[in-house]
Design a protein around this ligand. Structure first.
Ligand code: SAH
Length: 324
């Protein structure tokens, strides 16, 4: 996703949204019915006040539109609901995001360009990034969704080893370095992005905390040996799916992966792949037609911990030898 050489498809992707407003009970029934359709990427429930909820589901194939409308109406019955279908996005997101300007605030982070240096408040984690040869000014929803996740995760937990895979401008790595004060590893398949990331780390005063390496996926010794507690990966759906098994192996138990760069209609498939290799879903963040997934590699089972503590033998309760 570098700016001058975008790896996003040049053609627009169209995402459709089907939605209805109903009571909590009815909207949950509709959500469950839509979620069961294999071509539906993500389903969200949004509170609309007065006990009403909007259920919205996203899909990429226009041919299933009538089936989904019928399904939603059947699930609502005997209540009658108005079901809407809209086209959400028919734009080149990279171009759109490049057209946007101005500081971006996400949680405790504030990302701004050089020209806004004097105008941004000082009490936040300020990250200065100029639009350039590498992707990541935080105007794009996929980056913002990662910052939302990062802000929350860092508030509730201390992470040892953090990797920003596909670092681009290094916006996420710099955010993590500023918020934790710890060393962050960042990687990118594009050597130009590596140079830009290093420059941005210097500009933001975190050069000593950031190590940026050039690598596609985990194809480098220090990445293959990694047991990360947190991996941020704002790539695209296809490379994310390809990396799933390796990404699981590179995580420490209880480690968290934040996956982004996924359009809403792709979210279901990416999530299914990651669950199939052993991840558990913590959270989905849906933002402006994009989805980010927050996944956990489950901690070692209690039984395994017992083995760790008591040696190599695992006793079933009724086999525990009596202590005399
Ligand atoms: N992390 C930044 C940039 C995301 S753009 C942000 O959140 O805004 C995605 C970056 O991932 C690009 O710089 C691209 O070169 C890199 N990338 C894509 N596929 C990759 C792969 N398989 N391995 C490593 N980097 C990859």
């Amino acid at each position: 996703m570098s700016a001058k050489r975008p790896s996003l498809p040049p053609h627009a992707r169209v995402t459709y949204q089907i939605s209805a407003v109903a009571s909590a009970r009815v909207s949950e029934r509709i959500a469950a019915a839509l979620e069961r359709h294999e071509s539906v990427g993500a389903v969200g429930l949004f509170e609309r006040g007065d006990g009403q909820f909007e259920v919205a589901a996203y899909f990429g194939n226009p041919l299933i539109k009538d089936t989904l409308i019928e399904r939603a109406k059947q699930a609502a019955a005997p209540d009658q609901v108005a079901v809407r279908v809209e086209t959400l996005q028919d734009a080149d997101w990279i171009k759109l995001s490049q057209g946007r300007r101005g500081p971006v605030q996400v949680g405790r982070f504030l990302v701004h360009g050089r020209h806004d240096r004097e105008h941004v408040p000082r009490h936040r984690f300020r990250i200065e990034i100029d639009a350039g040869l590498a992707f990541g000014t935080a105007h794009h929803a996929s980056t913002r969704a990662c910052l939302v996740a990062l802000d929350e995760l860092l508030k509730r937990r201390r992470f040892g080893r953090i990797l920003d895979l596909g670092t681009g401008s290094a916006v996420l790595a710099i955010a993590a370095a500023k918020a934790t004060g710890r060393a962050i590893l960042a990687s990118d398949a594009d050597p130009v992005a590596v140079t830009v990331a290093e420059e941005n780390a210097r500009k933001n005063g975190v050069a000593s905390l950031l190590r940026v390496v050039s690598a596609a996926g985990f194809a480098r010794r220090e990445l293959r040996q990694l047991r990360a507690d947190l991996i941020l990966a704002n790539l695209l759906a296809r490379p994310l799916v390809a990396l799933a098994p390796e990404l699981f192996r590179r995580m420490a138990p209880s480690g968290i992966a934040v996956l982004s760069g996924i359009t809403l209609d792709q979210a279901g498939a990416v999530e299914a792949r990651y669950r199939s290799v052993g991840f558990r879903t913590e959270r989905r963040i849906l933002l402006d037609g994009w989805a980010a997934l927050v996944l956990t590699r489950p901690s070692i089972a209690k039984a395994d911990r017992a083995i760790d503590r008591f040696g190599s033998r695992l006793y079933k309760t009724d086999h525990v030898p009596k202590i005399r």
